[in-house]
Design a protein around this ligand. Structure first.
Ligand code: PNS
Length: 169
């Protein structure tokens, strides 16, 4: 199957839970914003697991940190990611890979998404060395146990996390 011609305006979606956004996500947004004309950071509305932050909080945190990127916007979606891609006219799904452990899950998702909609291409960016160990899950665990998360998440997110766990911001 051949891919369609290169579109005039490349629209990419960067989907995820973003509970909360980390500096690893932010790095990917920064680099992704240079590859696409328009980058939509798409927050999954409900994946069955209750997150630490509400959708409204996650959206607000993302809005705060993407202001520096004029071609980046935040949206949320439920249902199939590829359907959201079709609705928004996106050509690319952007995902980050940190370690080999991410690969299997990402490969499965990329192949399933391709099967569902072959015209949407998944593009992977390797996480920068400085961010390759950061995950939202570990950041939450560390801060909940009183550890230092400076430099792992944007300062505004660090403040919210500390507040959430009853620590001084
Ligand atoms: O940040 P995450 O939790 O790794 O992101 C996972 C996400 C949101 C990309 C994935 O769960 C997803 O795309 N969910 C939407 C439902 C869907 O399309 N499922 C089929 C994917 S193969």
């Amino acid at each position: 199957m051949s891919l369609p011609q290169r579109p005039e305006n490349v629209v990419a979606i960067y989907p995820g839970s973003f509970d909360p956004i980390t500096n690893g996500h932010l790095d990917l947004i920064d680099r992704g914003s240079r590859l696409a004309d328009r980058l939509i950071v798409a927050i999954l509305k409900n994946d069955g697991k209750s997150g630490l932050f509400s959708l409204a909080d996650r959206t607000e945190m993302l809005q705060e940190v993407i202001q520096q990127f004029p071609n980046v916007e935040v949206a949320s979606f439920d249902g199939l990611l590829v359907d959201f891609a079709a609705q928004t006219g996106a050509h690319i799904i952007l995902r980050g890979i940190r370690a080999i452990s991410d690969y299997e899950y990402e490969l499965q998702m990329a192949l399933m998404n391709r099967r569902l909609r072959p015209d949407v291409e998944t593009v992977f960016l390797m996480a920068s060395e400085a961010h390759s160990f950061i995950s939202s899950r570990l950041v939450k665990e560390v801060v909940s146990l009183g550890g230092n998360i400076a430099g792992l998440v944007p300062p505004s997110v660090e403040q919210r996390l500390r507040k959430r766990f009853g620590q001084r911001a």
